[in-house]
Design a protein around this ligand. Structure first.
Ligand code: NDP
Length: 253
């Protein structure tokens, strides 16, 4: 099989995987964080797990930038910076700021996430820096790039702010849960997931690419069921949880 066929199969596989993941997670919440439970095999510390899961996404995109043929293309460079900025934060900052990062995290989840991150970074990096038609500099003025970039940056700010608010609820060695009340938490239970979904939707629009769309669809499939599960968890565990708060999308769901 030549590489282009492999790239196409992997891109389609991400869409197929997203469907499986969405329906599986509606039935079985991923066993980490507040949904950690016995029966999922060996575990490592969550902080270490996050670092191991996420670092391939940071390095693989850089690798394929240099293996590609777009090193002098300004649009390709901006896409590299957008992706690398997100994954630099997620790999090298987020795990080390976590409160309760010594909690357990199942190795089986790390393996799943590793496989996904490797495939996803490969299809996005290979497309943007090798297979795609060359993006002209005028792409910077295209409504698709402008809309996508605004979504991406807004989503990233919401995601970072919301994760920061969650961290501020705990002392450094605390593991308990409290009701978050600041920022977009006034409207939804999982603004960090909302921000993440907005980010990768923006990525799909800005790159106007099939791998970008696959990643956005997968992110929704992965995070929307968990947002619904988390929302029910809060309602069950906190009698004073705000009843008008939605799970994921302000004023809607
Ligand atoms: P959560 O919101 O479940 O938890 C984030 C951190 O905040 C954890 O350390 C958690 O602790 C802590 N926390 C959560 N709720 C409370 C609370 N009520 N009181 C005190 N502390 C709390 O997010 P995830 O761990 O699922 O995800 C982390 C980041 O990774 C997010 O930004 C998310 O968007 C992103 N992500 C992206 C995915 C993708 O498909 N692109 C997939 C999964 C995550 P604890 O671990 O003890 O629960």
């Amino acid at each position: 099989m030549d590489e282009f066929n492999l790239y196409k199969i992997l891109s389609i596989a991400v869409f197929a995987f997203a469907i499986v993941v969405y329906f599986s997670l509606l039935l079985i919440p991923a066993p980490y964080g507040r949904h950690l439970r016995r029966g999922w095999g060996h575990t490592v510390k969550a902080r270490f797990g996050w670092f191991i899961m996420e670092f391939p996404a940071f390095f693989i995109i850089i690798l394929f930038f240099f293996l590609g043929n777009r090193q002098t293309n300004p649009v390709a460079l901006i896409f590299l910076i957008m992706w690398a900025a997100h994954y630099f934060q997620r790999t090298f900052i987020f795990p080390f700021l976590m409160k309760g990062g010594d909690k357990k995290f199942p190795i089986v989840l790390i393996v799943f996430a590793l496989c996904f991150n490797i495939i996803n970074s490969y299809i996005n990096g290979r497309y943007l820096f090798y297979y795609s038609p060359v993006y002209p500099a005028s792409w910077f003025y295209d409504p698709r790039f402008l809309t996508g970039a605004i979504f991406f940056i807004t989503g990233m700010i919401i995601n970072l702010q919301s994760d920061h608010i969650l961290r501020s609820l705990r002392n450094s060695c605390e593991n308990s849960y409290k009701i978050p009340k600041r920022g977009l938490f006034k409207y939804i239970t999982c603004p960090n997931y909302f921000g993440e979904i907005l980010e990768w939707t923006g990525w799909a629009i800005a790159t106007w690419s099939i791998p970008g769309l696959a990643f956005a669809v997968f992110t929704f499939a992965n995070l929307a069921p968990r947002a619904f599960t988390n929302h029910h968890w809060y309602l069950k565990n906190f009698s004073d949880y705000p009843r008008d708060r939605k799970a994921l999308i302000p004023f809607i769901k």
